[in-house]
Ligand binder design. Structure first.
Ligand SMILES: O=C(O)CCC(=O)C(=O)O
Length: 298
């Protein structure tokens, strides 16, 4: 039987269908959203970001217009906590639950797999109290509620490394290092936090400004949602292709319906913490699993 997730992706592939369904949903959830915002505003002083209400409005306006916007930075003590967690916990090559390893064993796991590892991800990161605190911070919840126009649900909490490597075309496509857009719900938004410094050699995230609003790419029913650099540059112009760089703690808020991709680091690995909020959730998108499913590769 076709899953709810697949059905959603089929129905919402066209922008007008997404807009229509979202406006209708927002209308139905209007009073719930107002109550959620009022409740969350009452907790604003607990935010680790030290935010004020005006900031939320500015972020949402820029996000709606450009598809992405820099957010308030993650405070340094939190960056250190996330890095400590990442150093001490097993991580999973290719997001494969059976390919666990500790960071210090990266070379050994590459030998075992017979290839360089482009990406390795953690599972069940919400078990960590610091990561949970970031995920449910009033800043994230208020931006998400105002942007989605609905009470936000945390669809996914994700933490992953991208390593300097020479990946196959298959790995680049599988791990989102090719231009694409996501279709994760009727409306959704992601918060990206760099946990390591990211310059042009450390695999910056890339997005195409305005491609959330203006569709200039060919959106066929049959094709997968992947585009070449040339296709995107021709459609939008090079100046719209934005490379996101910054020190550890830098934040990007993005509706990844916007065309985007990861890039492969050439010098230092990149550690990225990401939370995705949406109106509906789908189990396919979760990075939580039963611990018994996890196993070490080395
Ligand atoms: O690694 C990256 O910067 C790309 C991430 C991405 O494609 C996504 O989160 O949707």
């Amino acid at each position: 039987m076709i899953s709810r997730y697949r059905l959603m992706r089929g129905v919402l592939k066209r922008k007008f269908a997404r807009e229509f369904c979202w406006r209708l949903t927002a209308l139905c959830l209007h009073s719930e959203k107002k109550k959620f915002i009022a409740r969350t505003q009452a907790t604003i002083k607990n935010s680790i970001f030290g935010l004020d209400q005006a900031r939320v409005g500015t972020d949402v306006d820029l996000l709606s217009h450009n598809g992405a916007t820099p957010g308030l930075p993650l405070p340094e003590p939190m960056v250190k906590e996330v890095l400590a967690y990442a150093t001490q916990s097993p991580v999973y090559a290719d997001r494969d639950k059976k390919r666990g390893f500790y960071l210090s064993d990266l070379k050994r796991v590459e030998q075992k797999l017979g290839k360089e590892v482009l990406l390795a991800q953690y599972f069940n990161i919400l078990n960590n109290e610091h990561i949970r605190k970031i995920a449910y911070d009033p800043y994230l919840l208020l931006v998400a509620a105002s942007y989605l126009q609905a009470p936000p649900k945390l669809m996914g909490a994700n933490l992953w490394w991208t390593f300097p490597s020479n990946p196959s075309a298959e790995d680049k496509s599988k791990h989102a290092h090719v231009f694409h857009y996501d279709l994760d719900d009727v409306k959704f938004v992601k918060f990206f936090f760099y946990i390591t410094d990211v310059d042009e050699d450390c695999g910056p995230h890339v997005y195409v400004e305005g491609s959330n609003r203006v569709i200039k790419y060919k959106n066929s029913w049959l094709r997968s949602l992947r585009f070449t650099d040339a296709e995107i540059e021709e459609a939008y112009g090079r100046d719209k292709v934005k490379y996101v760089m910054g020190p550890a703690g830098s934040t990007l808020i993005e509706d990844t319906i916007t065309i985007h991709k990861g890039t492969t680091p050439t010098k230092q690995p990149r550690l990225l913490l990401q939370f995705e909020f949406s109106i509906n959730t789908y189990p396919e998108m979760s990075c939580e699993c039963d611990e018994s499913e996890l196993a070490f590769a080395v």
